[in-house]
Design a protein around this ligand. Structure first.
Ligand code: PHE
Length: 459
């Protein structure tokens, strides 16, 4: 007999799990440093526009496919198309991308684990800001430590996903996501009092368009997708755990607003420190780890605050990473008909293996010439390939899928079911039919060098 699909226990549980997937290291670790590397304000504005005009419509499209089919990505795409069509491939692309993201994401989450232990052993007490920064570089260069924490983090994920959707993901997300948001707001308030705050606001909110490169535009699109967790089949899978009376557009909009706000808060928390202490905004992947301990070191209760911060950072990473693992596991269970625990172990072990070269990227002990050959180290290459290429491409196809391949009446019925925002339907339809595909396509072609639209603006 077929087992009935598990569903979310409540709307709050769904929002917290989806927001938990969306809000994570993407907003807190990745967003600030990529903003720094892409010159600030102009990038931030594009990111916000892309989130609402492209990311959110894709997000809703995925929920529709998931809730309609009650299946995970691969089978969902297959079940909505005739036998022998190639749309199932999109599900496989989703799966592969999840694997790769999970592998390098876990390396960063491993750094969080490492910083919790470092905080408890009072690593920053009596040190200058420069010395505190240097500790991160030492960590990066240590192969054993990176591998160890990668391993521990993946093990924790396996433990959670093991117990299934409601008991595992929903329970944890409901506690951890709100806890983190509260802590973040308190730290943000403290950052407002630093002398570099004005400069940070100027850097983040005033658009200097000349600082933005062509790839900055693609990066901003990738960032919008990455922080919303769309174009990976995750939202699709979470949609499949949704009941029919749940309000999709409204919940989607809530999650998108929360994600954007958290990304902005995180940057407004980090950049005042950068400018106050004269660090470089282009600090790279270590930015959050290099800056936050500097202010913690000056606060009373340093050990406590620092360990709470990194613990909460770890939790937000966990609520995102379990969504990645969940998608892989849910698909494996459906496609190969294996038991949940076997699928979880299998996916966890494979991710660990794939994570090894990322964990060793900065140590030079594996693939020492990688950077010379590809221009980026292994870790950055994985990040770039997934966030800037695989996600926009998958996003483009999933939007085309709901817009042109799925039965129009089904899509409309699914969109309108359970929502009080029925008026949004024609606007959303316009976005997924025309605006989102055209925008994504132009951005991809520009990055591929097939189009040069910055020339259009220069006389
Ligand atoms: N959105 C998550 C974050 O911001 C990262 C993520 C990306 C999670 C893709 C799942 C899928 O941290």
């Amino acid at each position: 007999m077929k087992k009935e699909r598990e569903h979310w226990g409540s709307t709050f549980g769904f929002i917290m799990a989806t927001a938990g997937s969306a809000i994570g290291l993407g907003s807190l670790w990745r967003f600030p440093y990529i903003v720094g590397q892409n010159g600030g304000g102009a990038f931030v504005i594009l990111y916000i526009i892309f989130t609402f005009l492209i990311g959110l419509p894709v997000f809703l499209g995925e929920l529709i496919i998931g809730r309609r089919t009650q299946k995970s990505a691969v089978l969902a795409y297959k079940s909505l198309t005739p036998e022998g069509s190639n749309w199932g491939m999109l599900g496989y692309l989703n799966l592969l991308t999840c694997f790769v993201i999970f592998s390098f994401y876990s390396v960063v989450a491993g750094w969080c684990l490492c910083y919790i232990l470092m905080s408890l052993s009072q690593f920053s007490v009596g040190k200058s800001p420069q010395e505190i920064q240097a500790i991160f570089d030492t960590l990066l260069a240590s192969p054993g430590i990176n591998l160890f924490w990668l391993f521990v983090f993946i093990l924790i994920n396996i433990g959670i996903v093991f117990s299934g959707v409601r008991k595992g993901i929903e329970k944890w997300s409901k506690i951890l996501t709100p806890a983190f948001i509260i802590f973040l707001v308190v730290l943000f308030a403290y950052s407002c009092t630093l002398p570099g705050f004005g400069q940070a606001v100027n850097f983040l909110l005033v658009p200097y368009w000349d600082r933005l490169s062509g790839s900055g535009v693609l990066n901003a699109l990738g960032m919008a997708f990455f922080t919303l967790s769309v174009a990976l089949g995750i939202i699709l899978t979470y949609g499949s755990y949704m009941k029919k009376d749940e309000d999709m557009p409204k919940n989607g909009a809530i999650v998108a607003c929360m994600t954007v706000l958290i990304s902005l808060f995180a940057s407004l928390m980090i950049f005042p420190i950068v400018f106050t202490y004269g660090f470089s905004p282009q600090g790279g992947p270590g930015l959050v780890f290099k800056t936050m301990p500097v202010i913690f070191a000056q606060l009373p209760g340093n050990v406590l605050i620092s360990s709470i911060f990194f613990t909460l950072l770890l939790f937000t990473a966990l609520t995102s990473s379990i969504s990645l693992l969940e998608v892989i596991v849910a698909n494996l269970i459906e496609i190969r008909e294996v038991k949940r625990h076997r699928a979880t172990w299998f996916a966890g072990c494979l991710t660990f293996v794939l994570g090894i070269p990322s964990a060793l990227s900065y140590t030079g002990s594996l693939f020492p010439s990688w950077e010379k050959i590809y221009g980026k180290n292994f870790f950055d290459t994985m990040d770039y390939l997934t966030a800037s290429w695989a996600m926009p491409i998958a996003g483009l196809f999933s939007v085309l899928f709901v817009a042109y391949v799925m039965n129009k009446r089904d899509v409309e019925a699914e969109f309108k079911e359970g929502t009080s925002w029925k008026w949004l339907y024609p606007i959303w339809l316009f976005m997924v039919r025309f605006l989102a595909p055209a925008a994504v396509l132009v951005i991809i072609l520009q990055e591929a060098g097939l189009l040069n639209f910055s020339k259009l603006f220069k006389s």
